[in-house]
Design a protein around this ligand. Structure first.
Ligand SMILES: [Zn+2]
Length: 658
C-alpha cells in the first residue's frame, strides 16, 4: 500500500539528469514529432519478451525465484499480445541512455543482439529499508511503431519473502510482476498523448487524455467505449485515472473506487486481482498491441450502476460496492473473504469491505491461522465468505469461510464436514442437530456460480490464473500446471500437434485460436467475423458497437431475462449486504483492529485462540501489507520536492494506522 513512497525517497537522491534518462531517446522524440508512423503494412505477430539481469552477482536463490516469476509472466504476455515487428532483432544502440533509472547498462548487455521484441533489464536488490517491492517503466522505443523495446524492472527481493514462500504468496509476486510489466509495455501517463490508432496508423481524432480538477482521464476510443458500456453511462468521456497516492501512483493507474481489484489499480490489496477488458482495451488503444485469443476476467464492480456511480462513486448513491459504517464486519464484494469496512489511501472519501489479511477464504495458508478455532471453515479456491458460522461446540461467528460447489447448471451448494447443502433456492441452510450455528445462503447464488474465476491450486506456482484458466510457464501443462509437458499446450492438455482450429505460437509452445472477440478467423491474427457488439477493423474486432448491444439488452430486459438483467438483479440483492454491514457493526466495534475483532468472536468460547495469537496476527497483518504492496512507485519518475517528501512521509505514517 505504501511501497511507492520509499522508491521516491530513493530516487530523490539521484541527480536530476539521470532521472530523465528513462524518457524517450532524442531520436524517438524527433521521429514522433516529425511524422506519424507508417506501419499498416506490417503484420501482427506474437510478442517475444527476453529478460536479462543487469548484474551477474545477484544471490542465486533470488535469481532462480525471479526466473520462475518472469517465466510465468512473460508467457502470459507472449500468449496474449501481438505486435508489429519492424526488425527481427534489437540491440541497445549507442545513442540510447547510458543508464536507466540510475542503473548503468553494461557493455556486455549493450553488445548483445536480442532475438526479441521487448527486452526487460532486471535489477535485484535486497533491502528492508526501502519499502517498494518492484517498479518498472519503459526506457527505449522502436522508432517506427513507437512501441517500447527496452524496459527496466527493479525488484526488491526482501519483500518477496523467499524463506516463507507459499502458493498464494507466490501468486502475489506474479501479480506484481504482471502489473509492473504492463507499465513497461507503455502504460505510463506521460506517454498517453502518443497512443495512436493502429488500424490507420494515424492519431486518434480526439485528444487521448484530458484533465479535470487535477484528475487525469484517458479518452482513447476503445477504453472510453468500454467504460461507457461497463457502467452503462454514455456521457462518460474517458477512463478516470487514480488521483490519490502520490505522483508515482497518480495518473498511471486506474481509479481504485471505480476499478477496485483490477490489476492496474495503484496499490496492492488483500484478495486477488483481475485482468479485465479495461486492461485489454487499454493495450489495444496504445496502438502497439492487438489481442490474440483470450478469456478476460469479468469485472462486476460498478457494472451497470449508471452515471451516478461512475461520476461520484460512494457519493453518488447507495451502492453495494461501498459501505458506510467504519470497521463493520461483512463479506467482501466478491464474497472471497471476511472483511471490514474501511477507507485506504487510494479510496479517497469512500469506504469498502477490505479483506482481513488472515481471512481471505481463497488462501489455503489461512487454514493454519484458524485451525485451533472450533469453527468449521475451509480455505482454498473453493471457499466462499458466508454470513453465519457452524461448529460442533457453542462457538459462533458473524462471517466465516465455507467450502462451496457449483454444478454445471450453476446451482450453488455449501459443503460442511463433507456434507453438501443446497443453497440454490433457500435463504439459509438447515444444519443437522449435532451442529451449532446457522449459515445464510448468498442472495444471488446463480450469479455467484456464473462468475467464479478461481484456478485450482493457485496454478501450482507454475502459472498465472485468468478467468479460471492457468496459463502455464514453459514445460508445464494441465488445469493447474502441475504436469510436465515439453510438447504443445492447449486448454490444459499436452499435445504432439495443435488441434486443427488453432494456430501454433512456437515461441511459448501454445496453441492459440482466433483473435479476441472474433467468431471466425483464418489465422491467429486475421479475423473475418466478430462477436455481437464488435466491429471488424483491420482483421481484428473493436468494441465500437457495445453500446448498441447494451441499449438492445436493456430494452429487452424489461420483459425477458438476459445477461444485463441478471447483473441488475445482482445490484438489488447486493444492497442487502449493505444493510448487513450496519447490523454487524456492534460486534466489530468492540475492538480496534481487524484481527482483534475477528478473534474476539472465536475467543468468546474458544480458549485456544489467546492473546499471543492476536499479537502475532496483528504483526503479520502489518508485515503483509508492506510485503504485499504491489505497487511501487513505478515508472512515472519526477523530481520530488521537499514538500512532496514531507507529504509522502505523512502518508506513510497514515498508512501504518489504516
Ligand atoms: Zn503501478
Amino acid at each position: 500500500m505504501f511501497s511507492f513512497i520509499f522508491s521516491f525517497l530513493m530516487l530523490a537522491c539521484i541527480d536530476a539528469e539521470s532521472l530523465l534518462n528513462y524518457k524517450l531517446s532524442e531520436g524517438s522524440k524527433r521521429k514522433l514529432e516529425e511524422s506519424k508512423p507508417n506501419i499498416t503494412s506490417l503484420t501482427w505477430e506474437p510478442l517475444r519478451i527476453h529478460y536479462e539481469f543487469l548484474d551477474n552477482t545477484y544471490d542465486p536463490a533470488s535469481v532462480k525465484f525471479l526466473q520462475t516469476v518472469l517465466g510465468i509472466t512473460t508467457t502470459f504476455f507472449q500468449k496474449h499480445l501481438l505486435i508489429r515487428r519492424s526488425s527481427q532483432k534489437i540491440t541497445y544502440q549507442s545513442s540510447y541512455p547510458k543508464s536507466i533509472f540510475g542503473f548503468t547498462i553494461s557493455n556486455e548487455l549493450k553488445q548483445k543482439e536480442y532475438d526479441a521484441d521487448l527486452v526487460l533489464f532486471i535489477n535485484v536488490e535486497n533491502s528492508d529499508s526501502e519499502t517498494y517491492l518492484a517498479y518498472c517503466g519503459p526506457a527505449v522505443y522502436d522508432e517506427l511503431t513507437l512501441r517500447p523495446i527496452f524496459a527496466l524492472v527493479s525488484w526488491n527481493i526482501y519483500y518477496s519473502k523467499l524463506s516463507e514462500m507459499t502458493d498464494s504468496l507466490f501468486e502475489n509476486n506474479v501479480e506484481t510482476a504482471v502489473h509492473e510489466i504492463i507499465h513497461g509495455l507503455g502504460f505510463v501517463d506521460d506517454y498517453f498523448f502518443r497512443y495512436y490508432d493502429s488500424v490507420t496508423g494515424e492519431s486518434y481524432n480526439t485528444s487521448n487524455s484530458y484533465t479535470v480538477s487535477k484528475v487525469i482521464y484517458l479518452s482513447t476510443p476503445r477504453v472510453t467505449n468500454f467504460v461507457q458500456y461497463h457502467f452503462n453511462c454514455t456521457t462518460l468521456k474517458g477512463m478516470q485515472m487514480e488521483n490519490n497516492g502520490g505522483s508515482g501512483t497518480q495518473g498511471s493507474h486506474f481509479e481504485r473506487t471505480l476499478y477496485y481489484n483490477e490489476i492496474m489499480t495503484g496499490s496492492d490489496m488483500t484478495g486477488n486481482f483481475l485482468i479485465t477488458d479495461f486492461t485489454f482495451e487499454l493495450f489495444q488503444d496504445t496502438g502497439f498491441y492487438r489481442i490474440a485469443e483470450y478469456s478476460p476476467d469479468k469485472a462486476l464492480w460498478g457494472k451497470n450502476k449508471g452515471c451516478d456511480f461512475a461520476n461520484s462513486q460512494c457519493q453518488g448513491g447507495t451502492f453495494s460496492e461501498f459501505c458506510s459504517v467504519d470497521q463493520a464486519k461483512s463479506c467482501s464484494f466478491y464474497k472471497s473473504g471476511v472483511s471490514k469496512c474501511m477507507s485506504e489511501q487510494l479510496s479517497g472519501p469512500c469506504k469498502y469491505q477490505y479483506i482481513y489479511s488472515n481471512y481471505d477464504c481463497r488462501d489455503p495458508d489461512n487454514f493454519d491461522y484458524w485451525k485451533s478455532s472450533s469453527l468449521i471453515q475451509h480455505f482454498g479456491s473453493d471457499s466462499i465468505c458466508i454470513s453465519g458460522s457452524v461448529s460442533k461446540s457453542k462457538t459462533y461467528s458473524d462471517y466465516t469461510c465455507i467450502q462451496y460447489k457449483c454444478d454445471v447448471s450453476n446451482k450453488l451448494s455449501l459443503v460442511v464436514d463433507g456434507k453438501e447443502f443446497d443453497c440454490s433456492e433457500t435463504e439459509s441452510i438447515k444444519l443437522p442437530e449435532n451442529y451449532y450455528g446457522s449459515l445464510k445462503c448468498p442472495s444471488n447464488p446463480e450469479e455467484f456460480c456464473q462468475n467464479v474465476d478461481e484456478c485450482p491450486n493457485s496454478c501450482s506456482s507454475k502459472g498465472f490464473c485468468i478467468n479460471t484458466e492457468c496459463i502455464c510457464m514453459q514445460g508445464y501443462s494441465s488445469k493447474d500446471c502441475s504436469v510436465e509437458c515439453t510438447k504443445y499446450r492447449y486448454k490444459g492438455s499436452c499435445l504432439d500437434k495443435c488441434p486443427d482450429s488453432t494456430y501454433v505460437n512456437e515461441n511459448i509452445k501454445y496453441c492459440i485460436g482466433c483473435p479476441a472477440n472474433c467468431l471466425v478467423c483464418s489465422n491467429y491474427n486475421k479475423c473475418t467475423s466478430c462477436k455481437a457488439g464488435y466491429v471488424l477493423r483491420g482483421g481484428f474486432c473493436d468494441n465500437y458497437k457495445l453500446i448498441e448491444l447494451l441499449t438492445v439488452n436493456l430494452s429487452a430486459s424489461n420483459s425477458t431475462s438476459n445477461n444485463t438483467n441478471s447483473t441488475n438483479t445482482n445490484s438489488d440483492t447486493n444492497s442487502t449486504n449493505t444493510n448487513n454491514n450496519s447490523t454487524s457493526n456492534p460486534t466489530s466495534n468492540s475492538t480496534d483492529t481487524s484481527t482483534n475483532s475477528t478473534d474476539t468472536t472465536s475467543n468468546s468460547t474458544d480458549t485456544t485462540s489467546n492473546s499471543t495469537d492476536t499479537n502475532q496476527a496483528l504483526n503479520s497483518t502489518d508485515t503483509n501489507q508492506t510485503s504485499n504492496s504491489t505497487d511501487s512507485e513505478d515508472s512515472n519518475i519526477n523530481i520530488v520536492t521537499k514538500e512532496e517528501l514531507i507529504y509522502l512521509i505523512n502518508s506513510f505514517l497514515l498508512a501504518l494506522y489504516v
